[in-house]
Design a protein around this ligand. Structure first.
Ligand code: UDP
Ligand code: MG
Length: 316
């Protein structure tokens, strides 16, 4: 039986790209249907993440023109990860597998064929992995690569150079549903689902219109979220640091006692001031990191919904 494949695309202020994106994706899906590779019940689903521009109007318009397009309108902006989860959790009931991608088509859509081949071969999760970042700016490349290295060092095991371009089978999506945490960091959680997985390499393009919705500030908070929702290594690090500093202070104490008993005057106050400041800084840092985790616990305890769907345009 031919498989029903859903493309899931979160959109935030994407009016500049949506018509072009939908055109290219429609051509792609139609070809796959003609070649009998996928069922013609397959769909392209756009999730409007509380855009302030005409994104939702465009999605409604596309849906009215062709039933291959579906739309999910979130009640407000909840960020890329939540928008994606909203999409995946909604389409889970209708498809055999879902492929998530960005609205700007930076991820090469010609590898969708390979995704589907792997799925038919029996893989439940197929990760799209970038083989080069030639087209990204130097700054973006550096920060993004640093991100993956740092994340792995910090104990969040994520697939190198994989963003959110991936295929997930229905049962992998069902698995994802069981992860109840509110702070869902998809790239770290999905490898925990298990099942047979594989990767497909592709080249990442430039954004053809519009601006990146991930400025440096958002990227930093994304990284901090990723680390603190997956790993407790930073807290361990602080414990280690505290222990080391305590040991050093004991050595210093012995040293000062020694100079005192030998009747030598205590030297300048610089050392004291410097150590005061450095210890003070470290303490604040430590409290900050612990606070970050407590904040996470606070949010989890509340277990607020990750998203609220205002409207779902879908025709059978
Ligand atoms: N996005 C979203 N909500 C947000 C920010 C971004 O749904 O609050 C979507 C955006 O429309 C795009 C995808 O997430 O489809 C990735 O964003 P972008 O292309 O701006 O990130 P970059 O590729 O620059 O990392
Ligand atoms: Mg992009």
């Amino acid at each position: 039986m031919k498989k029903i494949i859903y493309l899931v695309i979160p959109c935030y202020n994407e009016e500049a790209v949506l018509y072009e994106t939908s055109k290219q994706l429609e051509i792609k899906m139609s070809k796959l249907m003609e070649n009998n590779k996928i069922s013609n019940k397959s769909k392209i689903v756009f999730i409007n993440d509380g855009s302030k521009d005409s994104t939702w109007n465009i999605i409604t318009d596309l849906h009215n023109k062709s039933k291959i397009f579906s739309g999910i309108n979130l009640s407000k902006n909840r960020g890329h990860q939540n928008a994606l989860v909203a999409g995946l959790m909604t389409v889970r009931k209708y498809c055999d597998a879902a492929i998530s991608l960005d609205a700007d088509l930076q991820d090469d859509i010609s590898v969708i064929d390979e995704f589907i081949d792997k799925f038919i071969e029996g893989y439940d999760i197929v990760y799209g992995v970038r083989n080069s970042r030639k087209k990204d700016t130097y700054f973006k490349r550096l920060t993004a690569q640093g991100f993956y290295k740092f994340m792995n060092k910090m104990g969040a095991n994520i697939v190198y150079n994989h963003a959110d371009y991936r295929l997930m089978s229905k049962r992998a999506l069902d698995g994802l549903k069981e992860f109840k945490e509110v702070n869902l960091f998809l790239r770290g959680i999905i490898p925990m689902i298990g099942y047979k997985t594989d990767i497909v390499e592709y080249e990442r393009h430039e954004r053809f219109a519009g601006e990146s919705k991930y400025p440096f500030k958002k990227m930093m908070s994304f990284a901090i979220d990723g680390i603190t929702s997956l790993s407790i290594k930073p807290i361990r690090f602080i414990t280690g640091l505290g222990f080391t500093i305590f040991a050093i202070s004991i050595i210093m104490l012995l040293y000062f006692l020694n100079t005192y008993f030998r009747g030598k005057a205590i030297e300048g106050w610089t050392t004291i001031v410097i150590s005061m400041w450095s210890i003070g800084g470290l303490q604040l840092l430590a409290i900050g990191i612990i606070g970050e985790y407590i904040g996470k616990i606070y949010m989890e305890v509340k277990s607020r919904p990750r998203f609220i769907i205002e409207e779902f345009l879908n025709e059978k």
